[in-house]
Design a protein around this ligand. Sequence first.
Ligand SMILES: [Zn+2]
Length: 114
Amino acid sequence: MHEYSIVMSLMEQIEQLAKDNQATSIVRVDIKVGVLSGVEPDLLLRAFDTFKLETICKSAFLNIKLQPLIIKCRQCDKETTLEQRNVICPLCMSHNTQVVEGEEMMLMQLEMNT
Ligand SMILES: [Zn+2]
């Protein structure tokens, strides 16, 4: 499952950060999941809860923030937040847009005990 490999690389990141900060345990993990990232928050949460038992995150709570899609239009230079997958600027109907936010999954913050 896709989510399992995501959680595994997330755990690697967390363990590295925990080591850098000499943390003894992780309390909370804040991540941001873009609506275009293809990540299912429910599945991710379940994968996290399964995997964490073997790691420094065993008593951690995973907090998932859904990141809406934000596109920037190269035609009218405006940014728009969209609820769904769309690459057309709703203001001027241009296709000449770029995705600013919403495509990736990112580790935002860790609350840890040191
Ligand atoms: Zn536009």
